[in-house]
Design a protein around this ligand. Structure first.
Ligand SMILES: Cc1cc2nc3c(=O)[nH]c(=O)nc-3n(C[C@H](O)[C@H](O)[C@H](O)COP(=O)(O)O)c2cc1C
Length: 354
């Protein structure tokens, strides 16, 4: 059996299966449930403030007695230019009108009212809270942060979507690389949000394996024993799963979103920048159709912040046409069992066939 490997030792876990951080969907309960199986649970902190991050870390510590990872966004924040200012006003008006036409009354924030956080304040909070594993996406950490985190004994996991990004992460001393295939649900971890290396998992994992020496985690499309074993065959030591947990008991998705998920057809899953300004994979709906290929998409994080209240209101109204439901390409029945049971079943499935 390939469970016991360098990654399991490095992370002090029993199975090298990682519950993917899924901001907005994963919860402290999901993270704790994954850790209880002996997998690595991951708490998604995205670009929350230091105070919000500490609150979630504390809540997870209360529930989990096993190690868990925390996950942050390491994007650059583009300066606000006149052109962004003008585009913001136009986009805000367009989206408010679109929502009103669809019976959703929302008043979106002005650009000046947005609270945009950098990850640096989270780093200190993560160190102070004694977290031992940090994964990140949307770019690399800066050198000072890497040094500070390493001095505090924190294991670092960076995300890549190309060989070029993997080489950058390895060169800067990142301990483990999560290779994200194009199949993956949610945001692409690509360093440059405007670009989109569309490399399938099979090609990417095998090539990254040939080019770097650090242990690899694979993420994207794993939903049963065969897909996980294929990633193992291609050189992965860890297996990160997101979409198989979307409908789990601990998921923050509402029942109307879970219902939509269960009806999804393969040609409804697409990559879109419309909700956040960065490419993410999810289910096509009216909002995406209206925005995609339009002039109403601001760079991340501005688009993301602008559409936040719209998405919240749509969630409260059970309106499937204006929420973002992220998911990967591997369509399956989306079990509503507990995270623990879904992960146990995956592990058994792997053991049955290997
Ligand atoms: C709803 C959702 C939210 C996600 N949010 C994050 C996140 O906050 N941080 C992150 O590094 N990756 C995030 N991802 C990507 C996952 O870490 C992982 O790459 C992906 O789920 C793997 O593909 P799969 O969904 O086919 O299992 C998210 C994925 C989904 C489905």
């Amino acid at each position: 059996m390939f469970w016991s490997n360098t990654l399991v030792e490095k992370l002090n876990i029993r199975y090298p299966v990682i519950q993917a951080p899924m901001f907005g969907v994963s919860t402290p309960e999901m993270t704790a449930s994954a850790s209880k199986v002996g997998c690595l649970g991951t708490l998604a902190l995205a670009d929350l403030s230091a105070e919000q991050s500490v609150e979630l870390i504390k809540a997870t510590k209360e529930l989990a007695d096993q190690p868990f990872a925390v996950n942050i966004f390491t994007h650059n924040i583009p300066p606000i230019t006149d052109s962004i200012r003008q585009k913001y006003i136009k986009t805000k008006n367009f989206i408010e009108e679109l929502a009103a036409e669809n019976n959703l009354e929302v008043s979106l924030p002005d650009l000046e009212d947005l609270k945009v956080n950098t990850y640096h304040e989270q780093i200190d909070a993560i160190i102070e809270e004694g977290c031992k594993i940090l994964s990140f996406t949307f770019g690399n950490l800066d050198d000072n942060s890497i040094q500070k985190l390493k001095e505090n004994g924190i294991t670092l996991i960076g995300t890549c979507t190309s060989v070029e990004e993997a080489l950058i992460l390895e060169k800067s001393g990142i301990d483990i690389i999560c290779v994200q295939g194009i199949e993956a649900g949610g945001h692409r971890g690509t360093f440059d949000g405007d670009r989109i290396p569309q490399i399938g998992g099979l090609s990417l994992l095998s090539q990254v394996f040939d080019h770097v020496k650090v242990p690899l985690i694979y993420a994207g499309g794993i939903y049963n024993g065969r897909t996980l074993s294929a990633a193992n065959e291609l050189g992965a030591k860890g297996f990160q799963v997101g979409s198989i947990l979307l409908a789990s008991q601990e998921s923050a998705l509402q029942s109307f979103e879970k219902e939509r998920l269960k009806k999804v057809k393969e040609d409804e899953i697409l990559l879109t920048r419309s909700f956040s300004g960065r490419y993410a994979r999810g289910i096509r709906n009216r909002f995406i159709e209206a925005l995609e290929n339009s002039d109403y998409i601001l760079p991340y994080p501005y688009q993301n912040k602008l559409t936040g209240i719209l998405r919240k209101t749509a969630k409260l109204n059970g309106n499937v046409e204006f929420v973002n439901i992220w998911l990967g390409q591997s369509v399956h029945p989306y079990s509503e069992a507990s995270t623990m049971d879904i992960l146990k079943r995956l592990i058994l499935d792997v053991e049955k066939i290997s």
